[in-house]
Design a protein around this ligand. Structure first.
Ligand code: FE2
Length: 285
C-alpha cells in the first residue's frame, strides 16, 4: 500500500479479484445515486426518436448488425432496440420505454448525471487499488434487460471488443435494480480470466466494416459458471478476459444496469477498436 493513499479495497478483496477475475461490492452506491441514473436514462428514452432509428442490439449474429449508428455512438448517446420489441415486418410491438435494449456509449461525456456518477472519487480509487495507474473511461452503457424480452448476451470476453496493448480493460457493472437468476443476472466463470482470448472484433475504417474473428478454440468452461446475483447499488468489477453471459429475461421484472469500461493510460488503445473518440478525447478518472 502506498503511504498516505486512501484505499477502498482490502487485501482479501484484491486477492478475490486476482483469483476469480471478478469481485462484487454489495450496495456500494446509495439509492439516491442509483435513482439519479435511472431517471436520467428514462429521460433519454423519452427524447429518443424511435421512428428515425430502428437499430437492434443483438449478440447472436457474430456482430454482423453493427452499423454507422452503432459506431457513431462511441461519442454520442444512442438508443438500441430489443429484438423482441419488433415484429417480423420491423414494426414496434411495445411501448417505447419497454422496447430499448440499451443506451450507449458516451453518457459520461454528454449527460451530467452520468458524468457526476463516474467522477465519484471512489471509482478512481478502486481502479487504482486494482493496479491501474491512470484509469481512462472509454464507454458507458445503460442496459435495460426488459421484462419478458430482454435479450441474451452470449458468452464473450470484453477484451474481444475493447482492445488495448497490452490488455488492460476493467469492466464495472452497477446494479440499478436487483439482479437475480430470474431476471437475467450476469454469469461468470471464476478463474477463467486466465484463459485465452477466444475472439477479436476489429473494424476496417476504410470500409467501416467490423469483423469478429476466432483466435482460440478453447471451449467456454460453462461447467464453472456461477450466477452473479447482486442487489441494487452493487458494483461488480471484472477482468477483460473473464467470460461472461446473461440469459434472456423471461421474468416480469426488468434488470437495469449501468456499465463502465476503463483502460490504463500505460496501454495503447487499438486503432482497430470499434470505439474511437477523436473528438471527445481522454476521460480520466
Ligand atoms: Fe461484456
Amino acid at each position: 500500500m502506498l503511504c498516505g493513499r486512501w484505499t477502498v479495497l482490502n487485501q482479501q478483496q484484491l486477492r478475490t479479484f486476482d483469483e476469480n477475475g471478478f469481485l462484487v461490492l454489495e450496495k456500494l452506491f446509495s439509492s439516491r445515486k442509483i435513482s439519479a441514473l435511472r431517471e436520467a436514462a428514462v429521460e433519454i428514452v423519452e427524447d429518443f426518436d424511435i421512428e428515425r432509428h430502428r437499430t437492434v442490439f443483438r449478440t447472436d449474429d457474430r456482430d454482423a448488425g453493427r452499423d454507422d449508428y452503432f459506431f457513431d455512438s462511441a461519442e454520442n448517446v444512442h438508443c438500441f432496440l430489443e429484438d423482441g420489441a419488433l415484429d417480423e415486418s420491423g414494426e414496434l410491438i411495445r411501448p417505447k420505454n419497454l422496447a430499448i435494449n440499451k443506451i450507449g456509449h458516451a453518457m459520461h461525456d454528454r449527460i451530467p448525471e452520468f458524468t457526476a456518477f463516474c467522477r465519484q472519487p471512489v471509482i478512481g480509487e478502486i481502479l487504482r487499488d486494482l493496479g491501474l495507474e491512470a484509469p481512462q473511461l472509454w464507454q458507458t452503457m445503460y442496459i435495460f434487460k426488459q421484462p419478458s424480452i430482454g435479450g441474451e448476451v452470449r458468452w464473450h470476453q470484453d477484451a474481444s471488443y475493447l482492445i488495448t496493448h497490452p490488455a488492460s480493460v476493467t469492466g464495472l457493472w452497477v446494479a440499478i435494480e436487483d439482479a437475480t437468476r430470474d431476471n437475467g443476472c450476469l454469469w461468470m466463470q471464476p478463474g477463467e480470466h486466465r484463459s485465452p482470448l477466444r475472439e477479436i472484433y476489429r473494424v476496417d475504417w476504410e470500409t467501416r466494416e467490423g469483423l469478429l474473428t476466432g483466435l482460440d478454440s478453447t471451449p467456454w468452461a460453462v461447467e464453472k459458471a456461477v450466477p452473479v446475483e447482486a442487489p441494487a447499488g452493487s458494483l461488480v468489477l471484472f477482468h477483460d478476459h473473464m467470460p461472461h453471459y446473461s440469459s434472456v429475461n423471461t421474468s416480469s421484472k426488468s434488470r437495469h444496469a449501468f456499465t463502465m469500461h476503463v483502460s490504463d493510460s500505460r496501454a495503447r488503445w487499438s486503432d482497430e477498436n470499434w470505439l474511437q473518440r477523436p473528438n471527445l478525447g481522454v476521460f480520466e478518472l
